[in-house]
Design a protein around this ligand. Structure first.
Ligand code: FES
Ligand code: FES
Length: 224
């Protein structure tokens, strides 16, 4: 018995010793995991909070999203994504839907606006790039009492638009041309307007409108 008990005692003590070793190893692992978990949750908390906290210091390469734009003589505050195009901002943030969006890749001129009196395709211009500049859209060409711009009036008289989809871009391009060259020849006008496509092929009608607007009536041609 004594032996048995001895053995029992030895087994019990070995078990206890082994258990103590396992416990201590288990404890060790628990502590490692616990500390890792603490570290992870700490980094999660820090990262999570940082992600939710407005960053006051600008990250290198980032841009401020809430910006001021000078559009049609008014300063407009607008939230603009870094990669947002001017056409998107004008149409979907500022409600200026006179600027049309068609090819969306600088091929047709439907989205033409003036930036500092020079025509640009707004579909291919980043809004952030025009922050300190003056943007004029088709809506900005009307007179103080809503009257048509002389170019628009001339287009009406010459029946220039057909379906009308390209017309806002054509008007803006023609106004920019006449600002730079108040009395262009028909050929000069044709060259200046070459960036504005018309699916209805009303090119001659638009040129007639420009000739009428600038008083160059001798160059109006209605064909034979
Ligand atoms: S929509 Fe911009 S050029 Fe066609
Ligand atoms: S009038 Fe129809 S696209 Fe120009």
């Amino acid at each position: 018995m004594a032996d048995f008990k001895g053995i029992q005692v030895v087994e019990t003590s070995e078990l206890r010793e082994g258990e103590a070793r396992r416990v201590s190893r288990r404890e060790f692992i628990k502590r490692v995991i616990a500390s890792g978990a603490v570290a992870s949750s700490a980094s999660f908390m820090v990262g999570g909070l940082a992600a939710c906290t407005p960053r006051r210091a600008a990250v290198a390469g980032s841009v401020e999203r809430l910006i001021s734009l000078n559009v049609n003589g008014q300063v407009r505050r607008v939230d603009v994504l870094p990669q947002e195009t001017l056409a998107m901002t004008l149409r979907y943030k500022l409600g200026l839907t006179g600027t049309k969006l068609s090819c969306d890749r600088a091929e047709c001129g439907a989205c033409t606006v003036m930036i500092d009196d020079v025509t640009h395709y707004s579909c291919s211009t980043l809004t952030h790039a025009v922050r300190a500049r003056k943007v004029v859209t088709i809506e900005g060409l009307r007179g103080p009492n809503g009257e048509l711009h002389p170019v628009q009036q001339a287009f009406v008289e010459e029946l220039s638009p057909q379906c009308g989809f390209c017309t806002p871009g054509q008007v803006v391009a023609a106004v920019a041309l006449l600002k730079k060259n108040p009395k262009p020849t028909r050929e000069e006008a044709r060259h200046a307007m070459s960036g504005n496509l018309c699916r209805c092929a009303a090119y001659d009608n638009y040129l007639n409108g420009i000739m009428r607007a600038c008083g160059n009536l001798a160059e109006i041609s209605h064909g034979v």
